[in-house]
Design a binder for this molecule. Structure first.
Ligand code: HEC
Length: 158
């Protein structure tokens, strides 16, 4: 094979990075203004304690709420899993530091390999430190049994 000129290699690397960036899930800046779907506290001894011990709140944008009601998620639906430490204080369970923000973004074409959902998580309060390193495969593997409700666990309640 003929050697590729360095400039061409640089250009194809750029194109590759651009393709990766296009598929990257964006941090959901305004999710605290979205709809609260549910909350749950996982204590020690729960099978998902590592890494999900603490209190989490699930938020959805408008399309996400529609999906949680119908079990069918349209492109553009976003679900957020906001995980904070749970601390006992004065006989109450209260929120501590944020542990991570997990996100699922629906786009059937872009994320066909993981059920049409793009999975990403950010560490603590960071909006730049991404946690997912396998394209969301391990996230999806655990969500896969929820196929009948669009790979989403949370259900809408009034
Ligand atoms: C070992 C199983 C497991 C893994 C791995 C997992 N999740 Fe989940 N996820 C759950 C469960 C269970 C819930 C529902 C929690 C509830 O009912 O409050 C959930 C809920 C969510 C939600 C809220 C929407 C929904 O399905 O209810 C998001 C967003 C989410 N997870 C993102 C992620 C991301 C991103 C990853 C990978 C970094 C991930 N999950 C990995 C089990 C898992």
């Amino acid at each position: 094979m003929k050697m590729m000129p360095a400039s061409l290699i640089a250009v194809s690397a750029l194109a590759f990075n651009a393709a990766m960036a296009a598929d990257q899930v964006d941090y959901p800046k305004d999710y605290r203004q979205w709809t609260h779907v549910k909350s749950m506290t996982l204590h020690e001894g729960h099978p998902l304690e590592n890494p999900f011990k603490g209190i989490h709140h699930v938020y959805a944008n408008a399309k996400g709420v529609e999906g949680a009601e119908t079990g069918k998620y349209k492109d553009g639906a976003i679900m957020v899993f906001d995980l904070l430490e749970s601390k006992t204080q004065d006989n109450a369970s209260v929120e501590g530091e944020r542990i991570l923000v997990g996100v699922m973004v629906k786009n059937d074409k872009k994320y066909a390999a993981t059920g049409g959902w793009g999975f990403e998580a950010w560490k603590g309060n960071s909006r730049t430190e991404r946690i997912v390193t396998d394209g969301g495969k391990s996230c999806f593997d655990c969500h896969a049994p929820q196929k009948d409700t669009g790979y989403v666990f949370s259900r809408w309640r009034d």
